[in-house]
Design a protein around this ligand. Sequence first.
Ligand code: C2O
Ligand code: CU
Length: 509
Amino acid sequence: MSRRRFLIGASAAAGAVAFGGLSGCGRTGATGDPVAPTAEAVRRLEAQRRVANQTIVPAHLAARPTQIDLGGRIVQTWGYGDTLPGPLLRARAGDLLQVRVDNQLPADTSIHFHGIALSNDMDGVPGLTQDPIAPGGAFTYEFTAPHPGTYFYHSHSGVQLDRGLYGVVVIDDPAEPGGYDDEWVVVLDDWVDGTGRTPDDVARELGMAASGEGSESAGEMGGMDHGSMEDMEGMGDMGAETMQSDLLGGAGDVNYPYYLVNGRIPTDPVSLTAVPGRRIRLRIVNAGSDTAFRLALGGHRMTVTHSDGFPVTPRETDALLIGMGERFDVLVTLADGVFPLYAAAEGKPGYGVALVRTGAGSAGPTDTRPAELDRQVLLGTDLSPREQVRLASKSHDNYLSVDMGGTMSPYRWTLNGRAFPDAAPLAVAQGQRVRMRFRNMSMMFHPMHVHGHTFALVSGGARKDTVTVRPMQTVEVEFDADNPGQWALHCHNAYHQEAGMMTTVSYRA
Ligand code: C2O
Ligand code: CU
């Protein structure tokens, strides 16, 4: 309790001042006091989710320093146990997850269950929904997972996401129609930790002050590993200004030495095996911190069935562009042979790859970019929802503007001109239909993520919790304010978020 520093009081005052100027179309917003994560309204809603005979799914995660073999390249990092990604958590919609987290790190931590519309007090945002879990401490996240889908969990402290502190959550649908023979989970990541610098070093190089509590010890931990100049792989050969994508504009701020598929670098990739003709569901997660991936399976087309866990009208494509924090489920019918599942780092040199094997034959060169990557490329904003998850059409009661901006020097990223924690909260009231306008006024793309809710894209309609907004693009979304509390809203670039590109969706009553 010693470091208790809930920000709600300060945020509330700022919000009351700022809000009047933000209502876009003459509608009123929301007034009153912030609904705290511990509020009765939050407790009551979770009690309603807990039906009789609810299945309890226990899990245990130990966040700790560990050594990971990326495929011939061994790195010191922080992970959940000794695997990368961390353990897969799996439950059915409506189950109660009980995830005990032991913090064996030399820094504060917390876990966020990304995309799950859970109870606000279990959302894992230190300083907003809980106290940080101190070194040597523990916390049990206990919540009902209401909706099926592909989600992930990750540290929500500082830039710890850019270490090995992430894993996948699959919430199965008891009414799943199936239609596939097997399922593979595919996690994409950009990797720097243990290659001579840590993510905290990267943050400092970008010009950020030491980030959050424990970041000094964090830097020293990395130093134990290597740290000599000649060990800094892939550094200094490319500045941020040259990382450009034809689809996304400014493609990132960090040029990583490695890109991973399921924790492996291309020199020794993971093999995914099946027999020819099998129909496979791929659950694809971008756990990267500063990299969008363009993904294709060489020699195949894929059918996109879900975005951010929610079903979409199936769409065939050659390739997918996946921002940080986004998930897509796709179906592929496998041909006979060995094929690269290739994740090109969008606008950056480098790629991650896994091998799909259905037959004899050698792997062939895994460094050849499949032609599919440069054919039809689908983005989340191209999708429309399955009828059963379409948001009922209804006029909105609250209009919120979120203008995204930033500068490289000083390294500062903002929402509505302000950097968290000096943010203007976006006030909503329970029961409102909220329309939100993301307007990107910068030359870099930003995957915008809202906690605790899955919004609908106003154009197209697909349900998502993370939407990639291109430079100078405006994207409008709508959601029903049906999950009270204080919810983080931020860019899912870990460095942008840490540099201030975050605010809250703040329920008032
Ligand atoms: Cu995956 Cu607040 O984020
Ligand atoms: Cu951003």
